[in-house]
Design a binder for this molecule. Structure first.
Ligand code: HEC
Length: 117
């Protein structure tokens, strides 16, 4: 009976530790490869969910084009220039915030659309 209690205790500790480890992974996000999730994490606070960028882009783009993910005219060099240099009210995003590799993933995701030029 005593052994069972110890086993249960150990199991609970193990579960808690692995949950923490998973959380840690999420915090660092170094190896996040899913492009849509990466876009959501790095750009989504403005470019999804009716965010600030969608409102501002809505002043000059048709409603169905305010979401970058719907665009078919975005090209990789343009996206990368906008991100690194800033554009209008969008501030520049440094490699410390979005790494070169992450930006390449996001740009390819936004540029590669059926019918894209
Ligand atoms: C703090 C909010 C914010 C974040 C974060 C942000 N953007 Fe923007 N972005 C904007 C705003 C606002 C505009 C519109 C600027 C304007 O027209 O003055 C914009 C415009 C753009 C445009 C130009 C669209 C066009 O056709 O004119 C691209 C491309 C773009 N953002 C890509 C990104 C990517 C990729 C990320 C993530 C790595 C990102 N943005 C993160 C706010 C943001």
């Amino acid at each position: 009976m005593k052994h069972l209690k110890i086993m249960v205790g150990l199991l609970a500790l193990l579960t808690a530790t692995s949950a923490l480890a998973q959380k840690d992974l999420k915090w660092t996000d170094l190896e996040k490869t899913d492009a849509a999730a990466l876009f959501g994490e790095k750009c989504g606070m403005c470019h999804r969910g009716g965010g600030m960028a969608m409102v501002i882009l809505g002043r000059r783009l048709p409603a169905d084009q305010v979401l970058l993910e719907n665009r078919t005219d975005l090209q990789v060099p343009f996206i990368e220039t906008v991100v690194r240099s800033g554009f209008g009210v969008m501030y520049p995003i440094s490699p410390g915030e979005v790494s070169k590799k992450q930006l390449a993933t996001i740009s390819a995701y936004l540029a590669k659309k059926p019918g894209a030029k």
